[in-house]
Design a protein around this ligand. Structure first.
Ligand SMILES: Nc1nc2c(ncn2[C@@H]2O[C@H](COP(=O)(O)OP(=O)(O)OP(=O)(O)O)[C@@H](O)[C@H]2O)c(=O)[nH]1
Ligand SMILES: [Mg+2]
Length: 387
């Protein structure tokens, strides 16, 4: 310790008493560690080389997982510069996309989705598939969701060469999460993953987002459907191509069989999610790894039947067009509500509507009249021109 340091007690300090305490030794010594663990993390030197567009395209094409991760990070970035670069990379990789089977998995927290994905993913890898596991969790903006936990939970899968696990894109608007998730999926396809498993939490709009980007969607449930349906909304059952009753093991097996019957009866009253494909309930145990082969066979059969009927391709086509439309919606919405002229005028118009001076319809007409798309676009950071 610095000798002078110990003699800096102010005059007013009670001499002989350590009124001014010496600092904590080793605070900068990394072997001791920081009190705040995040400090260590953020102080890591960032000397990673920026990859060029060519390097990204080549790396992803070769299936290099590190480069794939970097490309996805670019897609997830909120910086306009990164956005433009990611779009250029994606554009070049687009011909290599679309060949994977896209499977979505939803269900109440604790249903066993992650455990199931790990067991299912391992089984597929054993059979020679390359599996990418993604997550969509719009609530994960701060905590990055349960994803870090998931990576450790999927520890056997994450160690495999043939598998790639990516956490949910954090933060941003729902539209942002949807775009990032879809583009991440495309990147994984370009990297050669032929099965994409996307897990989503059973909250909010996340099921709709995932349903709109996958071919096959399954709902993982627990035994004892009962009257309350475990809080599962009928709407979510309408999205599912299969209902998977997990944890059908041990003492639970008998109950699981009963639950299966209950779901089968409920399904009868529900419109199937996919034309020409009857939704059914299946049993499995992610822990004992039973029912997984059967589940894969169901998915294969689904692909066969919907391919033959043309439903498979029609769904993909309409998903693409819906995606485009929702991005137009988002873009126009932002242009309008972020336009200075509109935001300047808004308080007055709102007041007039509240006071019954003009009707909402009149208000809209008036605002649209003063809205100039061209002017609004110029003010916005132009994300789309730099391609
Ligand atoms: N007995 C039994 N337990 C299981 C099975 N699958 C999962 N579990 C257990 O159920 C708990 C929750 O499993 P997760 O895979 O984390 O569930 P999840 O649906 O991903 O949960 P969230 O990500 O929090 O929504 C864990 O303790 C698992 O060990 C199964 O097939 N049988
Ligand atoms: Mg999970």
């Amino acid at each position: 310790m610095d000798k002078n340091y110990t003699t800096t007690n102010p005059e007013w300090a009670v001499q002989g008493n350590s009124a001014v305490m010496s600092g904590i030794e080793g605070i900068k010594d990394t072997t001791v560690g920081n009190i705040n663990p995040y400090l260590n993390f953020s102080m890591k030197p960032k000397n990673r080389k920026v990859l060029t567009e060519d390097e990204l395209v080549d790396g992803v094409t070769k299936g290099d997982r590190t480069v794939l991760s970097r490309a996805i990070t670019l897609i997830e970035s909120n910086s306009p510069k990164h956005f433009a670069k990611a779009q250029r990379v994606l554009q070049r990789l687009l011909p290599k996309t679309g060949k994977a089977l896209r499977v979505g998995i939803t269900g109440v927290p604790g249903a066993g989705k992650s455990t199931l994905i790990e067991a299912f993913g391992n089984m597929l890898c054993d059979e020679g598939h390359k599996v990418a596991v993604l997550a969509v969790d719009p609530t994960s903006s701060i905590t990055r969701g349960s994803i870090l936990g998931d990576k450790t939970r999927m520890s056997t899968l994450s160690r495999r060469e043939e598998a790639f696990i990516r956490p949910s894109p954090a933060g941003g608007t729902l539209g942002g999460v949807a775009r990032k998730s879809r583009e991440t999926m495309l990147m994984c396809e370009a990297a050669g993953y032929d099965v994409i498993l996307t897990e989503t939490v059973g909250v909010g709009q996340s099921e709709t987002i995932v349903r709109s980007m996958v071919d096959f969607f399954m709902l993982v449930v627990l035994t004892g459907a009962g009257d309350d349906l475990q809080g599962i909304k009928k709407g979510i059952m309408e999205l599912a191509d299969a209902i998977v009753i997990n944890k059908a093991d041990g003492d639970n097996l008998v109950k699981a069989k009963v639950t299966r019957g209950e779901y089968e009866r409920m399904i009868e009253f529900i419109r199937p999610a996919t034309e020409g494909w009857p939704t059914h309930a299946y049993l499995c145990s992610a822990v004992e790894k039973t029912g997984l082969q059967e589940l894969w066979k169901v998915i294969q059969l689904f692909k066969e039947i919907t391919n033959a009927s043309g439903v498979f391709q029609r769904r993909r086509d309409s998903q693409l067009l819906d995606w485009m439309k929702s991005m137009i919606d988002d873009h126009l919405h932002n242009l309008f509500f972020e336009d200075a002229v509109i935001t300047g005028r808004m308080p007055e118009v709102r007041e007039a509507v509240l006071n019954g001076v003009i009707s909402p319809t009149q208000a809209v007409a008036e605002l649209i009249k003063i809205f100039d798309v061209k002017r609004a676009s110029e003010r916005q950071v132009d994300l789309f021109s730099n391609t």
